[in-house]
Each structure stands twice: as C-alpha cells, then as structure tokens.
Write a protein that binds this ligand. Structure first.
Ligand SMILES: Cc1ncc(COP(=O)(O)O)c(C=O)c1O
Length: 394
C-alpha cells in the first residue's frame, strides 16, 4: 500500500486502542498513580516514559499533539489552553532577558499587547516592522535577535508575508539561529504549512479552524523535537502553566477529523463574497489574497493551497459605517473569533484590535472602517444576500 494521504494520516494519528473504543477517551484525571516509589522516581527522571501529572502530559492531549505534528509537517507539537497560551509558550521557549525579537506590525490585538507591553517589560526588546518590506526586516535584525514572529495572512487585514523570503533573510543575517515563527491561525494547516516554507515553528489559536465549532478555547505550537521539549519542560511547566484540558483535546480531535472538508468550503464561500464585495460601490477595498487583483496574490498562491475563510473590507464612512453595517446584518452574527460554521462579523478597531492605540492602528494599516467577516459554511448565496441588504443601510 502506498503512503496514506494527509487526511488519512491525520484522522488516524495518535489514537491508541483503549478497550477497543473507536474514539480516544477523555482522560479526565489530574494525576497518575505509580506502582512503586521507584517507578515514581524513574518517571521524574525521564527513564520511565509513563504519565505523571496532567500539567506535564495527558493521554487525550498526547493523541491530539500527534495529529497536530502530522498536520504541520513538524517533528513534534504541544497543545495548550489558548492561542495566547501558545504565543507565550513559544516566546518563553525562544527568548530570555536581554534578547531581541522582531515582530510584524500586523498582529492580532492581544498578541500585539503581549509583545509591546507584556514581554517588553521583562528586558526583552521588541521591534515591530512592516514585514512585507524585506529591507525593513533586514535592518531590524540584530546579533541578539532570537525570534522573528509574524502572522500570514494577518489578523485582521489578511496582509500576506512571504515565509520563504523572511526565512532566507534571517538565515543570511547575524542572527541566523533565530527562531522564525508563524501564527498560522488564519490559514489552518489545510491551507498552509509554514515549516515547509522554511519556518522553524508554527502556532495556532486552536479556538478557530482546528476546532471549527466555536466550542473551545485552545492553542498549539509545532516545531522541532528540541524546541517543543523546551516549550513543554520550560515554558509550559515552569512559566505559564497554560495546559489544555483533556475535554478540550477531545473536542479538537473531533473537529480535526473534518478539517480537510471544512476549509475548502470556507475558501469557496469567502472567494464568492470577496468577488461580490469588490464590485460593490460602497466598498472602498477588499483584502482577500485569492482575488487576482490582490497586490500579493502571487505570494499567497505560492504558500497557500487555497484562499482562507476571512474577508476583510473597508467601508467609506469610518467607525460609524463599520458599526452600522454590523447592526444591519440579519444572518451573520456579530462576534469576535473566527473559523466556525456560522458566519461571524466584527469591527476590529473597536474590538479585537482595541489594544492598539490610534497611532498603532494607523501604523498597522487598520482602517476605522474595516469590517472583518469570518465566512462560515452556510450557502454562499445566503451570506451574500445578507451582506448586500446590510450594505443598503449605509
Ligand atoms: C491570529 C490569532 N492569533 C492568536 C489568537 C489568540 O487566540 P486565543 O483567543 O485562542 O487565545 C487569535 C484570536 O483571535 C488570533 O486571531
């Protein structure tokens, strides 16, 4: 038999036969017993591979981690309690006081807050750059740069950053050992695998497409075995304790079994909506990378197998127009988060990106009239009809 396809491997990975159960059971236990004091000692020494305590590992979470590693083409993965838990795990594993980080100026609001106000308070310098300008990136890297971090497509603008080019610049710099890490939440591993384009590590808010059903808060980091060990044994165990609940792991395992079916439908619906919006007279611009008119369409095609499910667009009329549009929707739900079966709409300047100051919003290219739609799995015609009637109110 030839090597199984990606989805076949993902569906089966990590499952262990427990009493012939088809699905991996939820090991809802905080701790694990030992047969003897010697076995307990050996587990702590790492010479006996069994479980100790669920902050250090849990069988349901392990099953999920094995799927995540296969999905991202990584040696290993660690599942954690939230996307921000994944970010802090990754950063604590990559840097210490005195180090320097380069970040993209286009990031999810709480990630931006962590870099510019959270970790920056611990003697770690952070330089935000416009990472689609490779010269700016080149100039920002210093010998003590230990992490280069970005989202592509970025939240909320869908800004596309060339993963292979960023990696090349880092490898040719004075900081060639720096970890290049990508937040792949906006794509999911179905659409993009940053490690295949040269990145060292990938993180996800598992709350989004990995779950796909809007019922968990979750996160994950994928990377080399050595890096994930540092995430587990230093960042997660000693620093943030942001572990994943086994019940959450169970729900993610369930969501992941259909991810290869869900994402093409999100992409198809999103392209249909973006195509409609592009021609609408009340829409200033649509930021959808799989529209041929998008300025970074060629880079998007190089590193993404299809478009993502997010359609940001700018309305004339700033904040007022953005908020009026949301209030006029009938089918789509006003909600932050993304990647669910239901179409969700948000106004980033007043919600997800409210941690940005007015100046930072401008720096990050977040227009006050920007609306972000997470296009769901409903019929495209129904989503478009709802958006069309909402635009009539503006
Ligand atoms: C791109 C991105 N990264 C990280 C996060 C944080 O994830 P969580 O809310 O699961 O902590 C989010 C949340 O919206 C996000 O959109």
């Amino acid at each position: 038999m030839s090597s199984p396809a990606w989805e076949t491997k993902v569906i089966h990975a990590g499952h262990t036969n427990y009493s012939n159960a088809l699905t991996t059971p939820i090991f809802m236990t905080s701790t694990f017993s030992f047969d003897s004091a010697e076995q307990c000692r050996d587990r702590f020494m790492g010479t006996d591979p069994g479980y100790i305590y669920s902050r250090l590992g849990n069988p349901t979470v392990t099953a999920l981690e094995q799927k995540l590693a296969i999905m991202e083409g990584a040696e290993d993965a660690v599942a954690v309690g939230s996307g921000i838990g994944a970010l802090t795990t990754l950063v604590y594993a990559a840097v210490k006081g005195g180090d320097h980080i380069v970040i993209s100026k286009s990031l999810y609001g709480c990630s931006w807050a962590f870099f510019t106000r959270g970790i920056a308070a611990f003697n770690v310098e952070v330089t935000p750059v416009c990472m689609d300008n490779l010269d700016e990136l080149r100039q920002a890297i210093r010998p003590n740069t230990k992490l280069v971090f970005f989202e592509t497509p970025a939240n909320p603008t869908n800004c596309i950053i060339d993963i292979a080019e960023v990696t090349k610049i880092v490898r040719e710099s004075d900081a060639k050992e720096a970890i290049v890490a990508v937040d792949n939440t906006f794509c999911s591993p179905v659409i993009c695998n940053p490690i295949a384009h040269g990145a060292d590590a990938v993180m996800h808010s598992g709350t989004k497409y990995l779950s796909g059903h809007g019922d968990v808060i979750a996160g994950a980091v994928c990377g080399s075995r050595a890096f994930i060990e540092r995430c587990k044994l230093h960042a997660l165990k000693d620093m943030n304790g942001a572990v994943m609940c086994p019940m959450t792991a169970f729900l993610l395992i369930r969501g992941i079994k259909t991810i290869h079916l869900r994402l093409p439908r999100h992409a198809e619906n999103a392209l249909a909506l973006a195509t409609f919006l592009e021609k609408h007279p009340k829409v200033k611009s649509v930021e959808y990378p799989f529209l041929p008119s998008h300025p970074r369409h060629e880079i998007a095609k190089k590193q993404m197998s299809m478009g993502n499910g997010i359609v940001p667009f700018i309305l004339d009329g700033g904040r007022e127009a953005g908020m009026l549009f949301l209030n006029s929707l009938k089918l789509a739900t006003i909600a932050v988060s993304l990647g669910d079966a239901e179409t969700l709409a948000t106004h980033p300047a007043s919600s997800t990106h409210s941690p940005y100051t007015e100046n930072e919003l401008e720096f990050a290219g977040i227009d006050p009239g920007l609306v972000r739609m997470s296009v769901g799995l409903e019929a495209a015609a129904d989503i478009i009809a709802d958006v069309e009637q909402a635009l009539e109110h503006i």
